[in-house]
Ligand binder design. Structure first.
Ligand code: URA
Length: 200
């Protein structure tokens, strides 16, 4: 059943379906353009996100902002969220049962945003969304198409902070995302140029 945004956000706020909510300050549903053609999915909130109730606002988030800017976009033109909406203790990887418990929220967000292209940030997001055994160094940069939706696995920005040598590959993945958006006619900058009356 298709929920409204209000219902989805309320469902996240009231959710007690796993034990993660026991140790948090704020739920972190995600934010951005709810009609975006491009969605970013990370793993789960860290300390900064937990304090603010917003996804990707810490150091990794600042790098994500720069990655989005390098694609010629702004954060407000995309939708950004995580697999789990509550911060796992000590920022550990969410357990399979925690991800499973949280999936209905992500599914509802996906149905409402209806993005054509999704960037999966790191192995956890890949495992949760496309499944199977993911090795991010092996599987990044390769499109996965499901029912007309395009998924691009790439490195999590936190991995890029730990190992800046990975940035070159991440950059090429994001360039492929821009190309795909252009191909699908959903790259905003191109839309503006194309819609400009002749002579302007
Ligand atoms: N790492 C994530 O996966 N998500 C955030 O929101 C912040 C850091």
């Amino acid at each position: 059943m298709m929920l409204s945004w209000e219902e989805v956000l309320q469902g996240i706020e009231e959710c007690r379906d796993c034990s993660l909510c026991g140790g948090i300050t704020h739920k972190v549903p995600g934010q951005g353009d709810i009609h975006a053609g491009l969605m970013f999915i990370g793993e789960g909130p860290g300390a900064d996100e937990d304090l603010k109730g917003e996804a990707f606002v810490g150091r990794a988030g600042q790098l994500l902002t720069r990655m989005i800017a390098a694609m010629g976009l702004t954060r407000s033109q995309v939708y950004i969220c995580n697999v789990v909406k509550c911060r796992p203790p000590q920022n550990r990887t969410p357990l399979p049962e925690e991800m499973e418990a949280c999936m209905p929220h992500l599914r509802s967000q996906f149905l409402l945003v209806h993005p054509r292209v999704v960037v999966l940030l790191g192995a956890t997001a890949c495992r949760a969304v496309i499944g199977g055994h993911v090795q991010i160094t092996r599987d990044r940069g390769r499109w996965v198409e499901r029912k007309g939706f395009w998924f691009m696995p790439t490195y999590h920005p936190a991995a890029l902070l730990r190992d800046p040598l990975k940035k070159k590959d991440a950059w090429s993945d994001l360039q492929a995302v821009v190309e795909k958006m252009k191909e699908l006619g959903i790259y905003p900058a191109e839309g503006i140029t194309e819609n400009r009356p002749a002579g302007e």
